[in-house]
Design a protein. Structure first.
Length: 258
């Protein structure tokens, strides 16, 4: 295993109100402020633009190439929202603590619900191809699906916030063609956020307790950083790793020197 020297730069942004879900596009990073109930957009020079407010605990976020924003509200009766040029449409409501949302290369919307946080017996992966959400896979709530990403090859990678009893399953891989759900990353206590590079791998995952891992195409994690402050999500933007620290209200950059 390689040895890394980690340099944590000065925070990219500070003074945020519980930053959570992140999504990077060519023009900047979208940030969900969970407590404030709003979405912000920040450019490379630090210019912040409010995008939408009045939401209830926005957490998972996905932004399409044409600027549509999909976001879920992590509350017991949460919603999956489609925000298009400021217009908000509810795609699904009365959801049990949805935490992650992603759109695959076919335009299918994927999202997660349930688990221990919402007092549900099951945690569930859903998809929307038309107008009605359908259940794709459920597990007992000893696992708890949180963030997820859709890879270029069609696979869906899902964080397990509560890793189950055995094996510490941090990430599952779901194959939409076969409907097979298999453990992909093990040996990590729990996974809160996940970010994938444009080429698919490596991908990056976070533990809320303050650790960041890099994962290769075989599902092997390598620890990059630890002892950070209550990390929620991770994105790769301009060849740098950005993480949201809700404990400090900051977005920080991790500079890895290998």
């Amino acid at each position: 295993m390689l040895t890394f020297i980690l340099i944590v730069s000065l925070p990219f942004l500070t003074g945020l109100n519980s930053p959570d879900g992140l999504y990077a596009t060519e023009n900047g990073i979208y940030i969900c402020e969970e407590t404030a109930g709003r979405i912000l957009h920040v450019t490379a020079n630090g210019t912040i633009t409010p995008v939408v407010d009045g939401l209830s605990s926005p957490e998972g976020i996905h932004v399409t190439e044409d600027g549509r924003i999909f976001v879920v509200e992590d509350i017991v009766s949460g919603r999956l929202l489609d925000i298009d040029n400021g217009n908000i449409t509810t795609l699904a409501g009365d959801l049990c603590c949805p935490e992650g949302v992603a759109v695959d290369n076919k335009g299918t919307i994927w999202f997660t619900t349930g688990g221990i946080e919402g007092g549900s017996m099951f945690t569930t992966l859903w998809k929307i191809t038309g107008s009605k959400p359908t259940i794709e896979y459920s597990l007992p709530s000893i696992f708890s699906f949180s963030d997820l990403v859709a890879a270029e090859d069609g696979m869906i990678y899902i964080c397990s916030e509560s890793s189950g009893i055995f094996g510490n399953v941090a990430v599952f891989r779901f194959d939409p063609i076969t409907s097979a759900l298999t453990p992909f990353v093990t040996g990590v206590t729990a996974c809160e956020g996940i970010g994938m590079t444009d080429g698919g791998f490596p991908l990056y995952i976070t533990e809320e307790s303050g650790s960041v891992f890099r994962v290769d195409s075989a599902g092997i994690p390598t620890l990059l950083a630890s002892n950070l402050s209550s990390i929620e999500d991770v994105v790769i933007w301009n060849d740098q790793i950005f993480v949201s620290e809700d404990g400090t209200g900051s977005i920080i950059i991790l500079d890895i020197d290998e």
